[in-house]
Design a binder for this molecule. Structure first.
Ligand code: PMP
Length: 378
C-alpha cells in the first residue's frame, strides 16, 4: 500500500515521527517515564496552563454548564459563557465581532474555504503555518506563495481586487514577525483583503498583550480578518476569528468547520476568559519573558549554530542536518532539558533546528542551565 511505502521512506530518511507520552507538563517542566525535564518545547508562553484562576474558572463552568457543549454552535451549543468570551475578546482587541473555534487549524480552514472561490487568489508567505497552506490547497482559489517576508516579491505577484493576503504575526518555526505596516499598505493599494494569524503574537506582544499589530502600531481593523489561538499564551486551546459583524455573520453561515463541529466545551471557554483577563494585566510576565529572551540570546551568541533573528518567545537554533539536530536534542535531554527537534517537512530541507521556546514560567536559572548545556554539548 502506498502509505506504507511513504512511511518506510520517511523512516529510511530518519524523519519518521514518534509520539512521546508526557505524564505531566506545564510552561516550565514536563515529566516522561518518571523523569523530570525543563520544558523548552511548549507554547505556554506566559505560564498560564496551570494558573489557579484558569483552573477555578474551568471547574466552576464544568459544574454549571457540564463538561461538553452538547451540540454544534448553531444548534444548541452556543451558550452564555461563549458569548461572554466573545465580548471580552472584542473589548480586549478592539474588534467589532468574533467567533470561537475549537482549534486554530479549523478556524483557518473555515475562513479560507468559505471566503474564496475559483475566481480568487490567495497570497501566502512561504512559511505560513500548515493549516493556512492546507486550507489554500483545498480551496478552489489560485494559491500564490511569496518568499518569506519578501514584500517586493508579494507586490510583484499581487493583482488588484482579486482576493486575500494572509501572513502570520509571529512565525511559528522562526519566531520572527511579518512587516505588518507594509502588508497593510500593499493590501490597501491593491484593494485586496488581509488576514493575520497571530497564534504566537497574541498575549506576548503589544499593549495588554494585544498582539503583533498592536506592537507594530496598527489598529486591529487595519486587517479584515484577525485570527488568534488560545493554545499558546492563553494556556488553554481553541481559537477565534474576528473582524466586522458582516464577516462573522457570513462565517456563521458558510464556515463549514464552525457549523458542523461541536462547540468549544464550556469549561474551556471559561478558562480562556479567565486567561484573557490575566493576560491583559500580565505586563510583569511579559517583561520577565523579554528578560529571559535577551539573556538566552546573549548566552548562546558564541555558539557555532545560527540563532534566528527573533525577539519573541520562539528562539530557534538552526542545526541544518536532521540527525545532528536529533543528536543535540538527545544530548540536552540527558541533561534534563527538553527541546523540540523540528525537521522537514515542518521546516525547509537543510534547516532542521531546535525550536527552543521560553516561557514566563521559566526562571533565569532555568535559562542559564540551557545555555550551559548547549555550550557543553557543542
Ligand atoms: N496557526 C499557527 C501559526 C500555529 O502555529 C498553529 C498551531 N500551533 C495553528 C494555527 C493551529 O492552531 P491550533 O493548535 O489551535 O489548531
Amino acid at each position: 500500500m502506498p502509505f506504507n511505502l511513504s512511511l518506510a521512506e520517511r523512516e529510511g530518511a530518519g524523519l519518521k515521527r514518534t509520539l512521546p507520552v508526557i505524564e505531566r507538563v506545564d510552561g516550565r517542566r514536563l515529566y516522561v517515564d518518571g523523569e523530570q525535564y525543563l520544558n523548552f518545547a511548549g507554547n505556554d508562553y506566559l505560564g498560564l496552563s496551570r494558573a489557579p484562576e484558569l483552573l477555578a474558572a474551568a471547574e466552576q463552568a464544568a459544574r454549571h454548564y457540564g463538561v461538553g457543549a452538547v451540540a454544534s454552535p448553531l444548534v444548541v451549543g452556543h451558550q452564555a459563557i461563549h458569548r461572554e468570551l466573545e465580548a471580552e475578546l472584542c473589548d480586549w482587541l478592539g474588534l467589532e465581532a468574533v467567533m470561537l473555534f475549537s482549534s486554530g487549524f479549523s478556524a483557518n480552514q473555515a475562513v479560507i474555504k468559505a471566503l474564496l472561490g475559483k475566481e480568487h487568489s490567495l497570497w501566502q508567505d512561504r512559511l505560513n503555518h500548515a493549516s493556512l497552506q492546507e486550507a489554500g490547497l483545498l480551496s478552489p482559489a489560485r494559491m500564490v506563495r511569496f518568499g518569506h517576508n519578501d514584500m517586493n516579491a508579494l507586490e510583484a505577484k499581487l493583482k488588484p481586487a482579486a482576493g486575500l493576503i494572509v501572513s502570520e504575526g509571529v512565525f511559528s518555526m522562526d519566531g520572527d514577525t511579518a512587516p505588518w505596516p507594509e502588508l497593510v499598505r500593499l493590501a490597501r493599494v491593491s484593494n485586496n483583503w488581509l488576514m493575520i494569524d497571530d497564534a504566537h503574537g497574541l498575549g506576548v506582544l503589544g499593549r495588554e498583550g494585544r498582539g503583533t499589530l498592536n506592537e507594530q502600531g496598527l489598529a486591529p481593523n487595519s486587517v479584515n480578518i484577525f485570527m488568534g489561538t488560545f493554545g499558546k499564551a492563553l494556556g488553554v486551546s481553541g481559537a477565534f476569528v474576528g473582524g466586522s459583524r458582516a464577516l462573522v455573520e457570513y462565517l456563521h453561515n458558510f464556515g463549514r468547520s464552525y457549523i458542523y463541529s461541536t462547540h468549544l466545551p464550556p469549561p474551556q471557554a471559561a478558562a480562556v476568559l479567565a486567561g484573557v483577563r490575566l493576560v491583559r494585566q500580565a505586563d510583569d510576565r511579559r517583561a520577565h519573558l523579554r528578560d529571559l529572551v535577551a539573556r538566552f540570546r546573549a548566552g548562546v551568541a558564541g555558539l557555532p549554530l545560527q540563532l534566528l533573528p527573533s525577539a519573541t518567545a520562539i528562539q530557534p537554533l538552526v542545526v541544518g542536518e536532521e540527525t545532528a539536530t536529533l543528536k543535540l536534542a538527545d544530548a540536552l535531554k540527558q541533561q534534563g532539558l527538553w527541546t523540540g527537534a523540528i525537521r522537514p517537512p515542518t521546516v525547509p530541507k537543510g534547516s532542521a533546528r531546535l525550536r527552543i521556546t521560553l516561557s514566563a514560567a521559566h526562571t533565569r536559572a532555568d535559562v542559564q542551565r540551557l545555555i550551559d548545556a548547549l555550550h557543553s554539548a557543542l
